[in-house]
Design a protein around this ligand. Structure first.
Ligand SMILES: Nc1nc2c(c(=O)[nH]1)N[C@H]1C(S)=C(S)[C@@H](COP(=O)(O)OP(=O)(O)OC[C@H]3O[C@@H](n4cnc5c(=O)[nH]c(N)nc54)[C@H](O)[C@@H]3O)O[C@H]1N2
Ligand SMILES: Nc1nc2c(c(=O)[nH]1)N[C@H]1C(S)=C(S)[C@@H](COP(=O)(O)OP(=O)(O)OC[C@H]3O[C@@H](n4cnc5c(=O)[nH]c(N)nc54)[C@H](O)[C@@H]3O)O[C@H]1N2
Ligand code: SF4
Ligand SMILES: [Mo]
Length: 699
């Protein structure tokens, strides 16, 4: 039974205008919610917000449709004989508590896995730590998140190199290097900042196999073969070192391993790199010189387009080295970090039993120099469920994720989820993942809960935090935090969950900071917090074992990895596997963002869906001609793993021989054609962006 009328959604505050931060994608633009007659009347951009200055993208403008979507489910449900039955929260919490006790007694607590998705991460660090607190108390280390596929890889690469993870200071840059990022689709506030910088005279370099909106405005566009970015970065370093256009003082005072780096990059002369990357040597030289000389220069790196390769970590290492030796670290207009809120820790890791899956194989994913990220590598989960090796995993709770569409190898993952003894999902809609589960828990949206949005600093070089206030109420939907709080109490842990409301948890976490929920309420929409740390290393050095930037990494060496970045070809490429390339001659990159959607979300919003009604495979006009395929024609897309039908989109805006397919489509799920076997050896990131495929006409 699924409701099909608009559920009971209304304001829980008096009529008026309320400021908060949008969460329909990661960037947190400032918004104003207009409440009239007890309902949301409209949304407007917050002109005072430093990030978006009032501007909203189509998703933000469709917020009302998202909140009131007809597909929303606002009460718990239980699956019985294949059908969903509405139940009360009491019953839902009792079922969870009972099943979790059974799992613990039969198999031990680590037999429960929890998977959290993008929306929960966007709920801020306190939300994530709170959810992990539950896992700690229950005793399972197996709490996974989308960080097994997204973002963490480059954070680890930057920490290994500079001891921290800086962001691009676009507003003050002279040269902006946009590498594997399409901000007009995936990060509209950054796109606006880049456009503004270009207008004031900053130079723009774009490295992308597609002619994106930024590429079309760029001074230099390098149309690269997907997966060869490591070679290109080493080629640029080769030029910069050979021509002596790096920051010599900075390198000699603040880095270690320069000679070894120089020896290693000597093999990547521009002519050789041209053969690997398909980028003309002339372009490589021009880009390297511009970035090194016309500084300050910043790097706007795609969140994952360089990570989801077998070279994931080394790609980001090479890029960190590029901005480091050119003297752009902790520099206005270069790469900067901002001071962060140091909140009271909520986690109790001493209660955990053992280490999460994947740690043995990917220890640096779990922690670097005792700085624990603390998660296992989710790509190990499906195999563990299916084999019981190294121990049985029999229960799964999914909070705000749709892994059946968003994790690689959907066949295997579906099989694994079906094999579990207990599965629950917390979501707003009946997703492909929820359909496989035993229990559905209705989630509140970001307008229906209170949380601290504390990630602006890391993402935008804008030191800023904001309170998301509870403005609306939707049926029986609960926030993720409320659910874990109530489940903790229900399982007899009131002593370790001594709070009754989420606000109390926030105040407890904030008690070390001088910031309070009340204070934040007075400043709805956010307050600046902390500062940009310019030339910070002069005070404290770098937080690496050597105190300097590690161009050569002993940590990587000691674990058997390349100590300086080296390029390795994708296992699926015309170079490494010519036989496969004969059968599957096109290069497939997956997951390029579509402005109107967030991964598998918002296909239910007609206004947004109208702009992009179905999945498509983007190919160049010349590729289409060779295949005799026309724009809009239905074709077969195939590789060694699977096949699907998809609409061809024929364009001049992609490199010939490359196919681009986005993820998140339930009827055309590209993750049926990706696998979880080819991975980055340091972090376990899957290979999603340099695969081989073919396109065949249907008739
Ligand atoms: N509208 C929208 N915005 C989003 C999201 C969304 O789903 N929808 N998701 C959010 C999330 S979680 C993330 S992680 C970010 C992702 O953001 P990004 O990682 O920046 O992903 P894209 O914006 O798709 O940019 C990827 C660009 O990289 C190019 N590319 C593909 N393969 C390669 C390659 O091998 N090398 C190089 N150099 N380029 C390549 C593609 O052509 C594309 O133009 O976006 C965030 N923003
Ligand atoms: N092939 C391929 N696959 C990819 C990528 C790629 O580039 N290529 N990109 C990867 C990346 S970078 C990422 S980040 C992942 C994203 O992977 P996911 O996080 O799984 O992405 P979503 O599809 O956004 O799923 C979020 C789910 O949470 C629900 N939801 C929304 N708000 C809330 C809330 O507040 N609480 C709860 N409980 N639920 C909520 C939504 O309805 C939706 O079903 O996808 C990855 N998958
Ligand atoms: S870019 Fe759009 S969806 Fe993302 S936070 Fe801003 S308005 Fe919301
Ligand atoms: Mo992501």
């Amino acid at each position: 039974m699924i409701q099909n009328s608009i559920p009971d959604i209304r304001a829980c505050v008096p009529d008026g205008i309320y400021r908060t931060a949008c969460e329909l994608c990661p960037w947190g633009c400032g918004i104003e919610i207009h409440i009239k007659n007890g309902q949301m009347e409209k949304v407007r951009g917050n002109r005072d917000h430093p990030l978006n200055e009032g501007f909203l993208c189509p998703k933000g403008l469709a917020l009302k449709d998202f909140i009131y979507s007809r597909e929303r489910i606002t009460y718990p449900m239980k699956k019985e004989n294949g059908d969903w039955r509405r139940i009360s929260w009491d019953e839902a919490l009792d079922i969870c508590a009972e099943k979790l006790e059974i799992i613990k007694v039969r198999y031990g607590p680590k037999s429960l896995a929890v998977a959290i998705g993008m929306p929960v991460l966007l709920g801020g660090n306190i939300t994530v730590s709170f959810l992990r607190r539950f896992c700690d108390i229950y005793g399972t280390p197996n709490c996974f998140s989308v960080e097994s596929i997204c973002y963490r890889c480059r954070i680890i690469a930057n920490i290994l190199t500079l001891g921290k993870f800086p962001a691009a200071d676009i507003a003050a840059a002279e040269t902006i290097l946009v590498w594997g990022n399409n901000p007009h689709e995936s990060n509209p506030p950054a796109a606006r900042n880049i456009d503004k910088a270009v207008k004031r005279g900053a130079k723009l370099i774009v490295i992308d196999p597609r002619k994106t909106a930024s590429a079309k405005k760029a001074d230099i566009h390098l149309q690269i073969r997907p997966g060869t970015d490591g070679a290109l970065a080493l080629g640029m370093l080769n030029i910069i070192i050979n021509e002596g256009i790096y920051d010599k003082d900075f390198v000699s005072n603040w880095t270690i391993g320069f000679d070894e780096l120089a020896r290693s990059v000597a093999a990547y002369d521009p002519e050789r790199v041209e053969k690997i990357t398909w980028v003309p040597a002339r372009g490589i030289k021009k880009a390297a010189r511009l970035f090194a000389v016309n500084s300050p220069s910043c790097l706007v790196q795609g969140t994952n387009s360089l990570d989801q390769h077998i070279n994931g970590l080394q790609n980001s290492r090479a890029l960190a080295i590029l901005f480091a030796i050119t003297g752009n670290v902790d520099r206005e207009g270069g790469m900067v970090t901002t001071s962060k809120l140091r909140v009271n820790p909520l986690r109790l890791p001493e209660k955990m039993e053992g280490q999460p899956l994947g740690v043995e194989r990917f220890p640096l994913f779990y922690e670097v120099w005792g700085r624990a990220f603390g998660e296992g590598q989710a790509m190990a989960l499906a195999d563990t469920i299916l084999t019981g090796n190294p121990y049985p995993v029999t229960g799964l709770i999914v909070s705000g994720s749709n892994p059946v569409l968003t994790w690689p190898n959907s066949y295997k993952l579906t099989k694994a989820i079906k094999a579990l003894e207990f599965t629950a999902v917390m979501d707003m809609r009946m997703t492909a993942t929820a359909q496989l589960c035993d229990l559905f828990l209705p989630a509140a949206t970001f307008l229906e809960r209170v949380e601290l949005c504390d990630y602006y600093g890391t993402l935008h070089a804008v030191p800023f935090i904001a309170l998301r206030q509870k403005i609306m109420k939707a049926g029986e939907a609960k926030s993720d935090m409320e659910f874990w709080l109530e489940l903790g109490k229900r399982m007899g842990h009131s002593d370790l969950f001594p709070w009754n409301r989420v606000e109390e948890v926030l105040d407890y976490a904030l008690s070390t900071t001088g910031v309070t929920v009340e204070k934040l309420k007075q400043q709805p929409g956010g307050i600046t917090y902390g500062e940009k740390m310019i030339e910070y290393y002069k005070k404290k050095g770098f937080s690496t074992p050597s105190g300097k930037i590690e161009l050569v990494s002993d940590t990587l060496k000691s674990l058997g990895h390349d100590p300086v970045p080296v390029y390795h070809e994708s296992p699926e490429s015309p170079v490494t596997n010519p036989a496969m390339a004969e059968e599957y001659p096109l290069i497939l990159t997956t997951g390029a963002r579509i402005l109107e959607f967030l991964h598998s979300e918002y296909r239910d919003i007609p206004k947004l869906r109208k702009k992009c009604p179905k999945a498509f495979a983007e190919i160049h006009t010349s590729t289409a001609r060779t295949l005799s395929v026309k724009d809009g024609e239905e074709v077969f897309l195939e590789n060694e793993i699977g096949a699907m039908t998809i609409t061809a989109r024929v364009t001049e805006d992609i490199l010939p021989g490359v196919v681009n397919v986005s993820h998140g489509w339930e009827d055309s799920n590209i993750n049926l054609l990706t696998n979880d076997i080819s991975i980055d050896p340091v972090t376990g990131y899957p290979l999603l962006k340099s695969l081989l495929c073919r396109i065949r006409k249907k008739a």
